[in-house]
Every structure is written in C-alpha cells, then in structure tokens.
Design a protein around this ligand. Structure first.
Ligand SMILES: Cc1ncc(COP(=O)(O)O)c(C=O)c1O
Length: 444
C-alpha cells in the first residue's frame, strides 16, 4: 500500500540527471559536514573522507564472500582483524572476522555463544543471556533472532552494570554474560574485570560490546586517561566487538568480532556441503560482503597508524571535556554519570530536555533524545572541535528561552511525542507506534 506507486522508469535517465536528482534530494539531510549532528556519522576531516572514497571505489565491485577469488580482500580482512586484536590485548590464539557493523558483530557473538553451549552444555534447553539494561538493542535483536532469552538487569546509580545483580540473575540456563565498553546511553564502561571473574567462575561465555570504544579507548589510555581494562586482557572475556566504522573512522559497513580462540569461533560459521550449487561456507551473517568496506577499513588503519589515532583521540577527548564542562556550567543542566570517553548524555531536573532538543533542532543541531531518564545524547568526534562555543552559545540561549517562556507555550512537536511515550505505561502501544514508523520509512 503506497509503496508500489513509484514504478521502474521505462526509459533510463542521463547520468547527469540521475546524479542531479540525488544531489537535490540531500537538501534536507542532517548537516554532518558542519558538525551539527551528534550520531550516525564519524567525521575526521575531508582528507580522510577522500582516502576512504578512493579505497572504497578501488574495491567497489569485489566481493568478500569468496576470498579465494580476491586474495587482496583476504589479506585486508586478516590484517584488520589482527591489528584490532593487537589493540585489544589479544594474544596469538585470538581470531576473528570483519562484519558489516556493530549489530552484525553482536548477532554473531550471541549466535556463537548459543551454538557453543549447544555442544558443551547439552543440558540447557532454553538458553539465557544476562545483560545490563544499558546494553545496545542489537543484543536484544540477537536474542530475538536466535532464541536466547534476554535477562536485563538494571544498572547502578552510576549507570554501570550491577555485577552482583547480574550474578543473582544467573540460572542453570544462563550461557552468556554481556558488558559494554562503553555503553551507548551514558558512555560509561561496565566493570568488565568483575564480570569476567563471574563468567570464569560460572563457566559462561562473556561478550564485551566495545563497538563504540574499541578504536578509541586504547588510545585514550595511552594519552593518560584512566581507562580500566576492558578487553581481551581481562580473564573471562570470550569475545569482543569493535567497530572500525565508528571511532576507527572507516567507511560504513566495517566492524570486527574477535574470539578468544578458534575453538569458539567455529560455532560462528555456517557451512553447507550438500547443495547443487557447490560447497558453501560463510563466516558471518551476510553472504555477499562488500569489498569496498573491507578495503576502506584497511586503508584507514594504515593511513592513520597509531600516531593518527592518538592525534584524533586527543582532539576528541579535549573537545568532549570542553563540552561537558560547558554543559555542566549551564544552570539546570548536568551530565549524567562520569563518562569514560567521548559519549555522554545530559539531563535536567528543572527543564523539559525534550523541549530543549526541539529548540536546538530549530537552530540546526541534531541531538538524540533518550529516555529512562529523559536526557539528550552526544557522540563527540574530532569534527566537533571547531563548534564547541557555537554549540554551547546556542544551548545557553535555548535554556534561557525555555526558562522564560510562559507556562505551556512550548512543548509541541517531538517533545510532546517523547514526553508522551516516556509516560506511557503500556509499552505494547509504543511497539505498535514504532512499527508504524518503520512502515512509513518505505512509503513513497
Ligand atoms: C555500544 C554499541 N553497540 C552496538 C552498536 C550497533 O552498531 P551498528 O549501528 O554499527 O550496527 C552501537 C551503535 O551505536 C553501539 O553504540
């Protein structure tokens, strides 16, 4: 309904006409190049973007599904995995693969833990995974897809995983524990060492979701920031994910999933030997794997090297500190918790932050809205270094505007929707609402 109203054109258009139409349709898109967005795009400058574009297009047509056909891609993937393992404390037993992104890496981690348990814990009929409620929804997607029951445990007041509560949530059917380094909502690292201890004691798999932090935390630590062990250095960690397309600054479609050893990774694979089309073997979720994404990931790691990442991390951390300081200095606003890197949220006890977000939208800033508690979210990149004062100036002005507005005069728009949803006790309605939003996405 509605989705079939645009038909394949009978005649093709000219190359110029096609590109012009596409270019024009970008007019309303978020202005990430001006550092006006706080999620979705990790921008580290036009020079890097040009390198990524060149590397991506060089391998635009190649397919990582069959590395025998493309030894170049096989080399790139192996080296990206190896460099990532080196950054994340892996020894020579550690193995892994590239995937299309954080979600696919998390899907693989859950499926692998489930299939490992099927072999090693045949007594478990209905596997469960215990995760802090701050963990990324892709883990719940994985639980949903792979028939693993998610047991979500409330985080502590500092937004970090409550390891004692996680221990209490373990049952004879638990196969997997999860922690984040850091969590998306509040940018804090869960007590990975304590969860590792728990996992080792109980003989459970333990996945660390370092999709956000994997390519920043190692450098932040080297710059002197107090970063606790969060990776394969921690005993008990059996797998870890790190997204090259986030703070690795690669082109979209690049993440790494690492396992402690190849015995575990065996349970990730899918092979099929009885098909008329030949022998089939696929390491991850996708069949075809775009060569461009693999090539661009290899390119950026080699182009930046340690020095480049240290430089970008230094800028990112410095910018984050300036932003957090500026936000905390605005009467009524406060940063939530004690964020460990460049991702954080701020809330207010006296103002409706959703109204603040709407008014910031009107000034061209796209802040992401969060709930439980209501807050606004920022992921800081080097591109934000130049806009700190402009952003804080607008935020101060907006807060003033909200304060001095007559009661009830603000609060329509998204604020009304978010405010309403936050208060809605019946979450079934919210699910239906969200499914309706997804329907809208493909309506022409
Ligand atoms: C902590 C964390 N894990 C996983 C993901 C999912 O990554 P992707 O959007 O690349 O699938 C994200 C995305 O922001 C994340 O922040």
């Amino acid at each position: 309904m509605g989705e079939a109203t645009v038909r394949l054109p009978v005649k093709g258009a000219s190359r110029d006409a096609v590109l012009a139409a596409m270019s024009a349709s970008r007019a309303q898109d978020a202005k990430w190049r001006d550092a006006r967005t706080w999620s979705l795009v990790y921008h580290a400058g036009d020079e890097l973007t040009r390198l990524l574009t060149d590397a991506y297009t060089m391998f635009f047509s190649e397919n990582g599904l069959n590395p025998m056909a493309f030894p170049s891609l096989k080399r790139f993937e192996s080296e990206v995995v190896s460099m990532t393992a080196g950054l994340l404390g892996g020894d020579d037993q550690v193995v892994g693969n590239m995937t299309s992104g954080g979600s696919e890496s998390l899907l693989m981690a859950v499926k692998t833990a489930r299939d490992l348990a099927r072999v090693e814990r045949p007594d478990v009929d209905e596997p469960e995974m215990v995760l802090p409620d701050s963990a990324h929804p892709a883990l719940l997607k994985a639980a949903h897809y792979f028939g693993v029951k998610p047991v979500r445990v409330p985080v502590r007041a500092d937004f970090r995983a409550d390891v004692e509560a996680m221990a209490r949530a373990i049952t004879p059917d638990t196969i997997l524990l999860v922690g984040s380094a850091p969590s998306y909502p509040h940018g804090v690292i869960d007590p990975i060492a304590d969860i590792g201890l728990l996992a080792a004691e109980r003989g459970l798999s333990f996945h660390v979701d370092s999709c956000l932090g994997g390519f920043l935390l190692p450098f932040a630590r080297r710059l002197g920031h107090a970063i606790p062990d969060f990776d394969l250095r921690v005993p008990g960690v059996t797998s870890i994910s790190a997204d090259v397309h986030k703070y690795g600054f690669a082109a979209k479609g690049a993440s790494v999933i690492l396992y402690r050893n190849s015995r575990i990774r065996r349970h990730q694979y899918f092979t099929f030997a009885d098909w008329s089309g030949g022998l089939y073997a696929s390491p991850t979720m996708t069949g075809t794997r775009p060569g461009g994404a693999i090539a661009a990931a290899w390119a950026v790691l080699n182009y930046l090297g340690e020095e480049g990442y240290l430089r970008l991390t230094e800028t990112t951390m410095r910018t984050t500190e300036a932003l957090m300081k500026g936000i905390n200095a605005i009467d009524g606003l406060r940063v939530l918790g004690d964020p460990d890197m460049s991702v954080f949220a701020f809330a207010s006890d006296s103002l409706d932050v959703y109204v603040v977000a709407d008014l910031m939208d009107a000034r061209g800033w796209h802040l992401d809205r969060q709930q439980m508690p209501s807050s606004l979210h920022l992921m800081v990149t080097p591109a934000h270094a130049g806009i700190v004062e402009a952003f804080l100036g607008d935020l101060r002005a907006v807060v003033q505007e909200v304060r001095s507005a007559p009661e009830g005069s603000l609060g329509g728009g998204m604020a009304a929707i978010y405010g309403g949803i936050a208060k809605m006790p019946d979450r079934t309605f919210v699910h239906d609402f969200l499914a309706g939003v997804l329907d809208e996405w493909t309506r022409v």
